[in-house]
Ligand binder design. Structure first.
Ligand SMILES: Cc1ncc(COP(=O)(O)O)c(C=O)c1O
Length: 416
């Protein structure tokens, strides 16, 4: 009856069931996976939205339906200004609105790959690639990011050999989720050269680009979109971004694809992308009219979210710094922390995550969910926990206390 692409195993995830069961008992739950800004007490985004709704009420443009397949011009101009501030060459004509980054991915897979063709995806990274590509009958092939000498690097050799087996596009996430890593200027130019040589399109997910971790982010470029000088020698490139992270407003369902690269190829891509977008016209006109005002308010939102992430990271370090078995990997950007755990015998991620839930009621993501390899750069076995730094610092402190107790007490039976 159903297509193979919809042939998922729909049995409920055992861990989510366990979390739900714990919540039903009324026992405390400290959720360190909470990354929905509307549940994390971010005030600036709510205030900006209230202003935008008030302005919409008096905006007569909202009374008309005159869809532009790429999106309302005022919204696209505001988006282009944001990317130009980051150093890219971009004009409003090179932006296409979507109703979420996931829809942006779907449009790009439709544009770039036929059923059965491959796209290269980073590993560890965002766990939705398999599903999103699978829905378009596109295959994913991973290329590794490796933790070496204190930072995550693209394994260029492995990437070359993954590309050699044939692919249509190469995906990067910048900063990557959950590693928080940014590609260096050297990595970007090596990857661009590979894409040009092999005729691959380059897709960069930059939903977290505004959230850089000060000096740790260093000189890493903010965007993979080429500057005016770089455009003609760059490969065809697409950047995904949107309101769910940049404005901490996931309920807006507003995102976009920005297109860069050599002019002729870019314009051809845009003309085809426009046909795809025109087939759906998915972004609400009201949301499109609200976007310029909301983007004008983004500095306060980015500042508040960045403060929250920094405070939560400090709280986590304060508590877990007391254990010789825990290390928080340095973060160059984004909203996640990776806690690396060692022990003798080496900790078992699933056993630890379950023990944290059943004991102190702490909910965390196991590293395997993001394909974090259970091994460090010296070949030692390790476990990883992934924690959302959008969770309030008080919650982080409580949850980290539970993790610390587990590590020092060894009561998961898995940690020294
Ligand atoms: C790397 C990355 N891209 C995209 C998204 C989702 O974006 P959207 O809400 O616009 O679909 C997420 C959500 O966590 C993400 O981590």
């Amino acid at each position: 009856m159903f297509a193979r692409r919809a042939g998922w195993d729909l049995t409920a995830n055992a861990y989510s069931e366990r979390v739900a069961a714990r919540r039903r008992t009324g026992l405390p739950v400290v959720d360190l996976t909470e990354s929905n800004p509307t549940r994390c007490g971010i005030r600036a985004s709510g205030a900006a939205l209230a202003r935008a709704l008030e302005a919409l009420a008096g905006n007569v443009d909202c009374l008309r339906y005159e869809p532009d397949p790429r999106g309302a011009i005022a919204a696209r101009e505001a988006i282009a200004r944001y990317h130009v501030e980051q150093g890219a060459r971009l004009d409003a004509a090179s932006v296409v609105l979507t109703s979420g980054t996931s829809e942006g991915y779907a449009h790009l897979f439709r544009l770039l790959a036929d059923p059965g063709e491959r796209v290269l995806v980073p590993e560890p990274s965002y766990p939705l690639f398999d599903l999103l590509a699978g829905l378009e009958s596109v295959e994913v092939a991973p290329y590794p990011l490796r933790w070496r000498a204190g930072r995550w690097r693209i394994d260029l050799e492995a990437l070359e050999s993954a590309a050699a087996s044939g692919a249509r596009a190469l995906l990067v996430v910048h900063p990557n989720n959950p590693t928080g890593s940014l590609a260096s200027a050297e990595e970007i130019s090596a990857v661009r050269a590979l894409c040009r040589d092999r005729g691959l399109a380059l897709v960069s997910d930059e939903v977290f680009a505004a959230f850089r971790n000060g000096s740790r982010a260093g000189l890493a470029p903010t965007t993979w979109l080429p500057s005016a000088e770089e455009a003609e020698s760059a490969p065809l490139g697409f950047v995904l971004s949107g309101a769910s992270k940049l404005l901490a407003l996931p309920q807006l369902k507003a995102a976009w694809v920005a297109v860069g690269g050599p002019e002729r190829l870019r314009d051809e891509a845009l003309a085809r992308l426009e046909v795809i977008a025109d087939s759906f016209l998915s972004v609400s006109g009201l949301v499109q009219h609200a976007l310029p005002g909301l983007l004008a308010d983004r500095a306060a939102i980015v500042a508040e979210v960045s403060e929250r992430v920094a405070a939560s990271e400090a709280a986590l370090a304060n508590v877990l710094g007391q254990s010789p078995h825990a290390e928080i990997l340095p973060r160059e950007g984004g909203w996640s922390a990776i806690v690396r755990l060692r022990g003798e015998p080496p900790p078992d991620e699933d056993a630890l995550v379950e023990a944290l839930l059943d004991g102190p009621g702490v909910v965390v993501h196991p590293g395997w969910l993001f394909d974090l390899a259970p091994i460090d750069d010296d070949g030692h076995s390790v476990a990883h926990l992934v924690i959302s730094l959008l969770a309030p610092p008080r919650e982080i402190e409580r949850g980290a206390g539970g993790i610390l107790a587990m590590l020092t007490g060894g009561n998961s039976g898995t940690c020294a």
